[in-house]
Design a binder for this molecule. Structure first.
Ligand code: ADP
Ligand code: MG
Length: 375
């Protein structure tokens, strides 16, 4: 594709999408998340040009746009090119001289479904451009640069998780990430466990009003605790006992949101420990608790996502199920024994369609490696 379009043999890189196994709305509380990279990825192909142009092509969009390497825009234009161009702009801002190049992108990460096709594009682009200019960064640094591209150039206020796991994922492992200092631990996922990702096909708050409200409510609870115990700048530093002592000074909703964030943080750390021990039954229990907390205390779920989780419970092979991602719709993550995965997908899809009238998209994925050079 790249060769035919640009008459040049490209260097090719791949960066995966991801799914978060547990740890929802803990990132901005400087807490823990535990994602895994999945076997859907974005490929980037790059070759140098001599005309000083940066030509970006996406096979997914069947569209090409050209920019001057010497005159990069400072901000995005609400177009898919913002993601790769943002990475280039951030690298230029770091002082790297950016020559002209042709970059083609192709991905099988479903776009805009919460599996982080955006981070996959950023990381695949960063690897390609860095290799072109002969620079290499450690994975965590690469992730930070790509996050900055999405925050500062695209204008999306995402945390570090997506880029971090895309850059640093490991096959057959989940990654427990400390969002405070970006230290991480890998926890093994047995090769016979499939990550079944079920898209509810609903998004209740496209405008995103609920997300900032929830965040403000949990941060208000933290401020109450901090007024008594100054060493609590973030809910990551708070305990459930703090809520017992000072919860009465919070609004009822703030108290509930904080209870979710604090308990979710504990569950996420515990989940990595039980995975390391190979105790999948306990992992499933933690996922069930996490979903209940997300739905009941955080009110971050919706009827359809609750249905998708409930309908999975008695299906053969299920280890654990919960709503993953920012909430109010999106996807559920189901850990399922590989041998049962196909039947699970069939049964869950049928039940969900019968109950909600919506035909879901359900993907069977596996914990995969992070971004790398393909050729
Ligand atoms: P998610 O990251 O959950 O998939 P986002 O809205 O954050 O959803 O990112 C999706 C956007 O990323 C797309 O609308 C598009 O602009 C960009 N994108 C993702 N994959 C590609 C691709 N293969 N080619 C071009 N742009 C892409
Ligand atoms: Mg995204």
């Amino acid at each position: 594709m790249h060769l035919a379009r640009f008459q040049a043999e490209p260097a090719i890189f791949a960066a995966p999408g991801r799914v978060n196994l547990i740890g929802e709305h803990t990132d901005y509380a400087e807490g823990f998340v535990m994602p895994a990279a999945i076997d859907f990825a974005t490929l980037s192909g790059i070759s140098p040009r001599t005309d000083g142009k940066i030509v970006l092509y996406s096979e997914n969009y069947g569209q090409e746009r050209a920019f001057e390497a010497a005159a990069l825009p400072a901000m995005g234009s609400r177009h898919w090119t913002d993601y790769p161009l943002g990475v280039v702009a951030i690298l230029a801002g770091e002082g790297h001289a950016i020559p002209g190049f042709s970059l083609s992108l192709w991905g099988d990460v479903p776009l805009g479904s919460g599996l982080s096709s955006s981070a996959a594009v950023e990381v695949a682009t960063a690897l390609a451009v860095l290799s072109l200019i002969g620079v290499s960064y450690p994975g965590p640094v690469l992730a930070r640069l790509c996050q900055r591209a999405e925050n500062e150039f695209v204008g999306a206020n995402c945390g570090i998780m997506d880029q971090f796991i895309s850059a640093n994922g490991k096959q057959n492992h989940a990654l427990l990430l400390d969002c405070r200092d970006l230290s991480f631990k890998l926890a093994p996922i047995p090769a016979n466990v499939a990550l079944v990702i079920a898209n509810t096909m609903v998004r209740h708050s496209v405008a995103g009003g609920d997300y900032p409200t929830r965040r403000a409510e949990s941060e208000a609870a933290c401020a109450v605790i901090a007024s008594h115990r100054p060493g609590v700048p973030f809910l990551r530093d708070a305990t459930l006992e703090d809520l017992e002592k000072w919860g009465h000074e919070m609004t009822p909703k703030s108290l509930l949101r904080a209870r979710h964030v604090i308990s979710e943080n504990l569950r996420t750390v515990a989940a990595a420990e039980v995975l390391a021990k190979g105790d999948l039954a306990e992992l499933g229990r933690l996922m069930a608790e996490a979903h209940a907390s997300y739905s009941r205390d955080f009110e971050g779920s919706c009827v359809e996502a609750d249905a998708m989780v409930a309908l999975a419970q008695d299906l053969p092979g299920l280890i654990g199920a919960r709503l993953t991602g920012g909430g109010f719709g999106g996807c559920t993550i189901n850990l399922v024994e590989q041998s049962q995965a196909a039947a699970f997908v069939e049964a869950l899809g049928g039940r969900y369609a019968a109950q909600t009238g919506i035909v879901p998209q359900i993907h069977i994925c596996h914990a995969s490696g992070g971004a790398h050079r393909v050729k």
